[in-house]
Every structure is written in structure tokens, then in C-alpha cells.
Design a protein around this ligand. Structure first.
Ligand SMILES: Nc1ncnc2c1ncn2[C@@H]1O[C@H](COP(=O)(O)OP(=O)(O)OP(=O)(O)O)[C@@H](O)[C@H]1O
Length: 260
């Protein structure tokens, strides 16, 4: 369903003075380019949830942005539901629901207006749009703030609205970049229940996170990226088999790579 192979993306360093000490020492910095993603691969089948893990700056967001067709890879292939995302980004976008920290809402529009606006952009209208919004508003527990403007919402309300926006066109694949970061436990639980719901519907979900309890509770597969390269790509059971404590399993993968 989702197959990612040999993905790579580099960015030109426009102002070397702005690089952090860590970035200057990073082997991904080569001349005028920072090779954020060098060799990433994983796959996720129908009804599976895949966690994308890795330290800060590993390349998770860059990878997910390539999957969503927001940016184009320099190398590699991304196939989603039989569509080549790099060759046919417009077709891919119809199939993908993407949430990132930069997924914007219009501040002056209410929660309902925001979701309706993006629904119309995807060609939904009338009864079909109303029904779709109603089921999302129930799923995301949004009914108490539907008429509040985005600029007056809490971060939990904004995140739920952004997720409704990402799901309004009933995508066949869902990609969530750190969907629970900064949320309280109630809002986190709502987001996780949406992932469970999507899984029960057979929709593959890929999400990046730093919360290993979410991985243990929800995921079927785990991909770990370190310094732009996949260092693990297998089932949750295999990941747990590295070390019963998932945090230790992750540290082992990342640190053994650094020592090499
Ligand atoms: N547009 C860009 N131009 C230059 N460098 C970039 C750009 N986007 C990302 N990078 C660099 O690529 C590296 C990977 O960034 P990315 O945001 O993908 O990491 P991440 O794994 O999502 O990190 P985090 O867990 O902190 O969110 C970082 O060093 C980042 O500074």
C-alpha cells in the first residue's frame, strides 16, 4: 500500500553561519549541501499503523513531507496505493491526508468553516460534505467549539480541527507528523482514538512521534531513522525483541550507529 525506497533529499546551505555546532559536525553536511535524508525505506500495508522514530533532526519531517508530495525527493521512489507520488503528486494528494505542524488553519474562520473550506477544495459539497463533517466532528469530539474562530482556540482544539481538515476528503492513506506533540492527555487520547478508528477502517497510518508508549499501544510496524538513514524497519514485535524496554531498543539503534 505504501512503499518507500531509497529516499534522499538535500538542502542547499544558504547561510553557513546559521548552522548549529551539531549540524557542522554532522556527516550529512557536505560542501554547500546538507543531506537531510540519505537512504530511507519502509513499507506499510492496508490497516497497519507505522511509527516513524528517530532523534531530533534525524529527517522524519523531511521524509513525511516527501511522502505527502509537499517537497520532491532528489532520489528514491514513493508508491502510495499504486500511485507514484513523485510522478503524479496531484493524484497522490487526493489519496493522502497529511497533518504537519505547519498545516495551517485560517485564524478568522471557525472550526467548522475551516473544515468546510478544505472539504470544498477537495470537491465535496452539499449533503456529502455535511455528513462527512458531522462524522469527523463526532470522532474528534469537536462539537463544543465548532463556531469558535481558530485564532481563539486552544492548541488541542486547533490540532483536532487540523486533523479534521486532513481527513475531510476521506483519504486512503493518512500521514501525521508528531500529531500529539504539545497536547494534554485528553486531546492526546482523542488523537490516538482517531488513529485506532482509521486502522479499524483498514486505512494505513504513518505517524512520527517521540512517545514510545504510543508506539507500544498503537503500532504494527516501526521504522527508525538516524541521520537521514533507516536503521530499523520491521514489526513492533521485532523492535521489542531488541530490548523489552522500547526506549532502550531505540537508544541501542541510534547509539550503535553513532559509535560505528
Ligand atoms: N528546508 C530546509 N533547509 C535546510 N535544512 C533543512 C530544511 N528542512 C530540514 N532541514 C534540516 O534537515 C535535518 C532534518 O530535519 P527534520 O525536520 O526532517 O528532522 P526531524 O527528524 O523531523 O526532527 P524533529 O524530531 O526535531 O522534528 C535538520 O538538520 C534540519 O535542520
Amino acid at each position: 500500500m505504501i512503499e518507500v525506497k531509497g529516499l534522499a533529499k538535500r538542502f542547499a546551505v544558504t547561510d553557513p553561519k546559521k548552522l548549529t555546532e551539531e549540524e557542522k559536525a554532522d556527516p550529512r553536511l557536505q560542501g554547500r549541501f546538507f543531506h537531510s535524508v540519505r537512504q530511507v525505506e519502509f513499507s506499510c500495508q492496508q490497516g497497519e499503523v507505522l511509527a516513524l522514530l528517530g532523534p531530533n533532526g534525524a529527517g522524519k519531517t523531511t521524509t513525511l513531507r516527501m511522502l505527502s508530495s509537499a517537497i520532491k525527493p532528489d532520489a528514491g521512489t514513493i508508491e502510495i496505493g499504486g500511485i507514484d507520488v513523485v510522478r503524479d503528486p496531484a493524484a497522490a494528494r487526493k489519496k493522502i491526508g497529511f497533518l504537519s505542524s505547519s498545516t495551517g488553519l485560517y485564524g478568522r474562520l471557525t472550526a467548522m468553516e475551516n473544515v468546510a473550506y478544505f472539504g470544498r477544495m477537495h470537491g465535496l459539497e452539499g449533503e456529502a460534505l455535511a455528513e462527512r463533517m458531522d462524522s469527523l466532528f463526532s470522532l474528534l469530539d469537536m462539537k463544543s467549539f465548532l463556531h469558535r474562530r481558530a485564532e481563539q482556540m486552544s492548541s488541542g482544539m486547533k490540532q483536532r480541527t487540523s486533523i479534521a481538515r486532513a481527513l475531510v476528503h476521506n483519504p486512503q492513506v493518512v500521514i501525521l507528523d508528531e500529531p500529539t506533540t504539545g497536547l494534554d492527555i485528553m486531546a492526546t487520547e482523542t488523537v490516538l482514538s482517531v488513529v485506532r478508528h482509521l486502522k479499524s477502517q483498514g486505512v494505513p497510518v504513518i505517524f512520527s512521534t517521540h512517545h514510545l508508549d504510543e508506539v507500544a499501544a498503537l503500532c504494527d510496524r516501526v521504522a527508525v531513522i538516524d541521520r537521514g538513514e533507516t536503521v530499523f524497519n520491521d514489526s513492533l514485535a521485532q523492535f521489542a525483541a531488541l530490548n523489552g524496554d522500547l526506549r532502550q531498543a531505540l537508544l541501542t539503534l541510534v547509539m550503535s550507529k553513532e559509535a560505528a
